[in-house]
Design a protein around this ligand. Structure first.
Ligand SMILES: [Zn+2]
Length: 383
């Protein structure tokens, strides 16, 4: 399956200059070719375009050499596609729309479609003729064979859209392999596959009740009968809340460790979170520290990997489609990225966490080797 991942680049000034020149060369070459084949009596063919490119354009514009030769040569493929669309529409009797000249600043891009011309390593991208590697805002989401990279320029920013031929990922299959878990403000947890685990309403109601009773207690006269009675009521309710909380956390940690091989959660500073009232999430009612302990021992018990994301990983602020980081105040429930991605805040965070965990395991081969060892041991035993 062919999948694309668009990642924002962080080029140095020198790299940005190269990328902008490559975009410019590609546009120039495309327009030169189109100008030639627009003339009366000049018929478009890819072979004729290649001849014109080699014999006329390259000698006439020696500065094409400053960027990878593929950048300008790929303009032939692009124009070929534009002509194919044109001819198809003519055939179908639709309004044809002859290929048009490219304008500077509108859809500026260039592509490298050949394997040795580029590669990706971690958060860096190498492209031909550029001596230094370009930093990317994100690691590549998919593993597999790199097919092509398209670098585009928009509003002064550069993006790399990387096409990967992958075997290991099928978004339509139920993905039970790995999961990212975001502990939401509204619900107890949101999983990267879109599952929402609602907050336990009984627990929520009892927590409110408990707070009320504690207020009542504080108003009672010290050492009075009424105070003793109120104290007992608070203690009883406290016990019930605590039991309910344990049950909720056991259910969630069982559910996760039974169904997924890799679980990625955030590293929440629990104390900081509870201190900041706004951040006191549903799960802090339920006890994040306890949940983390439960997940840790149950993961070990069931041979599951638990990945805890770095505290500074911007799971809620980063667009899960393109990697741009946005300001996301807590009242903002939906992320609307200018890449076109519109997604629920918690789901976006869960997807980011899942990708974080998968990438973390890929970087650490020791951890990924273990399951295969046990798998071969199991097959030996059954043989
Ligand atoms: Zn985006």
């Amino acid at each position: 399956m062919l999948l694309a991942h668009k990642i924002e680049l962080r080029p140095t000034a020198e790299q940005a200059d190269y990328l902008a020149r490559a975009c410019g060369s590609k546009r120039h070459c495309y327009n030169q070719l189109l100008g030639h084949f627009k003339q009366n009596g000049v018929k478009w063919s890819k072979a004729a375009a290649y001849q014109h490119y080699i014999k006329v354009l390259r000698p006439q514009f020696p500065w094409y050499n400053e960027v990878s030769a593929r950048v300008t040569r790929n303009a032939i493929d692009d124009l070929d596609n534009a002509f194919k669309h044109f001819f198809r529409r003519v055939k179908l009797g639709q309004t044809p729309g002859f290929p048009t000249f490219k304008k500077k600043g509108v859809g500026d891009s260039f592509a490298l479609r050949e394997k040795p011309k580029f590669d990706v390593d971690g958060r860096t991208l190498r492209i031909e003729k550029l001596k230094t590697r370009i930093k990317m805002r994100q690691t590549l989401r998919f593993t597999g064979t790199l097919n092509q990279v398209t670098i585009s320029m928009r509003a002064g920013k550069f993006y790399a859209s990387i096409l990967v031929e992958t075997q290991d990922y099928d978004p339509h299959a139920p993905d039970r392999e790995s999961v990212g878990v975001d502990f939401g403000l509204k619900s107890l947890a949101v999983l990267s596959d879109g599952t929402e685990i609602p907050a336990n309403q009984k627990l929520k109601a009892n927590l409110k009740k408990l707070a009320r009773k504690q207020r009542h207690l504080s108003r009672k006269q010290p050492k009075s009968n009424r105070q003793a009675k109120a104290k007992l009521a608070v203690a009883k309710l406290h016990k019930r809340v605590s039991d309910q909380r344990q049950a909720v956390l056991h259910e969630l940690s069982d559910n996760l460790t039974r169904n997924y091989q890799v679980i990625t959660i955030e590293d929440l500073n629990v104390r900081g979170m509870v201190r900041n009232r706004k951040l006191a999430r549903t799960v802090s009612d339920a006890g994040f520290g306890t949940l983390r302990q439960m997940l840790t021992y149950k993961a070990e018990l069931r041979g599951v990997e638990l990945v805890v994301a770095d505290r500074f990983f911007p799971s809620s602020k980063m667009c899960s489609a393109c990697g741009q980081v946005h300001e996301m105040p807590l009242d903002k429930r939906t992320m609307e990225c200018d890449c076109g991605n519109v997604v629920d805040r918690d789901l976006n965070a869960a997807v980011n966490l899942n990708e974080y965990g998968r990438a973390a395991l890929l970087r650490d081969p020791k951890r990924t080797q273990e399951p295969s060892k046990t798998a071969s041991a199991a097959s030996v035993m059954t043989a």
